[in-house]
Design a binder for this molecule. Structure first.
Ligand SMILES: [Zn+2]
Ligand SMILES: [Zn+2]
Length: 69
């Protein structure tokens, strides 16, 4: 069992199985919808600093640090 598989946050498919150029471009604009570790659908919320996304298994993710003043 391969425990190092990572999943695309935009389409939920394993990152190794296909190219995700469009997903990468979209990720600049939109928060991820799927957990990178388990591909579960996450609950995404837009917050003033960007976004948060919660996986029921892996907890809360934050958007990368944004232009903090
Ligand atoms: Zn993708
Ligand atoms: Zn997860």
């Amino acid at each position: 069992m391969n425990t190092t598989t990572r999943y695309c946050g935009q389409c939920g498919k394993p990152t190794e199985k296909a190219t995700h150029d469009r997903c990468a471009a979209r990720a600049e604009l939109e928060p991820p919808r799927y957990c990178a570790q388990c591909a579960r659908r996450m609950v995404v919320q837009i917050v003033p600093t960007g976004w948060t996304a919660r996986c029921s298994e892996h907890g809360l993710l934050h958007s990368p640090a944004v232009n903090a003043p």
